[in-house]
Design a protein around this ligand. Sequence first.
Ligand SMILES: Cc1ncc(COP(=O)(O)O)c(C=O)c1O
Length: 483
Amino acid sequence: MIVGTSGLVLNEKLLFEHSDAGRKGYSLTPLDVPAADLPDGLCREEIAGFPELSEVDVVRHFTRLSTWNYGVDSGFYPLGSCTMKYNPKVNELAARLPGLADVHPATPDHLAQGTLAMMYELQTMLAEISGFAAVSVQPAAGAHGELAGMLTVRAWHEAQGSKRRKVLIPDTAHGTNPATAALAGYEVVPIASEGVLTLEEVEAHMTDEVAALMVTNPNTLGLFETNIAAICELVHARGGLVYCDGANLNALLGIARPGDMGIDVMHFNLHKTFATPHGGGGPGSGPVGVSAALAPFLPGPRVVRDGEAFRFVGTQESVGRMLAFHGNFGIMLRAFAYIRSMGAAGLKHATEMAVLNANYVRARLEGGYHLPYATRSLHEVVFSDRDLPNDCHTLDVAKRLIDYGYHPPTIYFPLVVKGAIMIEPTETESQETLDEFCDAMLAIAKEAEMSPDLLHAAPVRTRTRRLDETAAARQPRLRWEER
Ligand SMILES: Cc1ncc(COP(=O)(O)O)c(C=O)c1O
C-alpha cells in the first residue's frame, strides 16, 4: 500500500501482490470420490496460480477500490452522447423484484404471463412515444438495435425485389451508424452537413442505388435536424427508407415523435433515454420501432396480446432472432418503471429540463470556450478548444476538470468539431450544480491563460497522474506479471 503525506492510500496492490501462500478464503469439504475415479482430464497436480488470500483481504481490496469509483450517484457526470442521467432508485427496486428478476428465460409463456405483459406494455408504450406502428424489444444494445433496424431495412428492400446497396450517412451521425450499415452488408456513402443536414445534400446523393439514409436526430452536435420531414419525403419519393438513430430521444420525449416526421425505422437506447446506468460497457437495450409496412420484418418473436393472454409470436418475413432468448429483461423493467412513474407529463418535463440545462451551460460557457455552431442546442452542447491559448487543448481541460472533482465531458467527439468538448448535463441537475461546474470550466480557461503548465500537468490531485492513454489502448498489459 502506498500512503501519501495526508495518509491517503495512493494506490492499491493487485490481489496477486497481496497473496500469501497458504491463506484461504473458503474451504471446500474434501471430495469423497477417490481421485483415481475421476477422469484424467479433470485432475491436475500443478497449482492453478490463483492468489491466496483470506476472505477479509479480498473484501477490503474490492471495497477500497469501489470507493475510488466516480459515478452519477457521487457527482455531476456531463459525458455528452452517453447521457449519464441519474437513475431513480425505484427503478432499481422494480428490476430486483424476485418474481421478475428470477424468472427463467425458458419458462413457458403460460407460466410467465406477468413478464410477457410487461414486455407487451413496453412495446406499446415505446410505439406510442415514438409514433411507430410496431416495436421489437429484443436487441441488447443501441448498436445491436441499429443492426436489427438495418437488417429490417434490407429485408424490406429484398421483399420488394430491390437490390439497393448504398446507405447515406451524414458526418454528424454517431460512429456506430457507418459500422452498422457496413455490417448489414451496405456500402457507406458519407455526406456533409452544415451542422444540420440540407435537402440539397441528400438530393445530390439520393440515387436508385441508395437503400436508406441513416441519420442521428438530434445529431451528435446536439442539434435538431430541422429539414428532416422534407428529407424523408425526398428519400421516399426515390424509393429509399430513412433510418433514425434514436439514441438521443431524451431530447424529444413527449414533444416530438420521429414516426410523425416520416422516419421508417428507429432504435431506442433504453439505457440513455429512460433509466439505466450507461457506460463502462454496462448492459443495454436497443428496441427497434418501425412503420406499419416494415412491421412483419422486425426481429422476433415479439409479444402479442390474445384477449387476456400474452404470447411470443414470430413472422415468416422476420429477420429472425438477434440473440438467444428475449433481450435484456432487467433493462426493459427499469425503462418500464421509469415511463410508468414519470407519466406522459413527466417525460415531457424531463425533456424540457434536459434542454434547458444544456442551454444554460451553453450560455454560461459561451464567452470562455469557442462554440462552433450558433444554432440553439437541444440536450447537449459542443464546444471546442480553438480559442485556448498557450498550447492548451481539450485533453488538458478534461484532465484539469478531474482536479476540480468532475468527471470530464466527452472529448474529441463528434469528429466534425476539431478538439470537441461535448457536454450533456441531463435533466436532474440543479442550477447550483451547473453553476459550480461552469465556474470550474471558466476557471480552467483562465488557468490556460495564466498558468498553462498546470493544465499540461493535470491531473495533479489524483492517485495517478496523467496516463499514456494511447499506450494503454495500443499496448495493453493485461497480465500482472510477464511470463
Ligand atoms: C447517438 C448514439 N447512437 C448509438 C449509440 C450506441 O449505443 P450502445 O453503446 O448501446 O451500443 C450511442 C451510445 O451512446 C449513441 O449515443
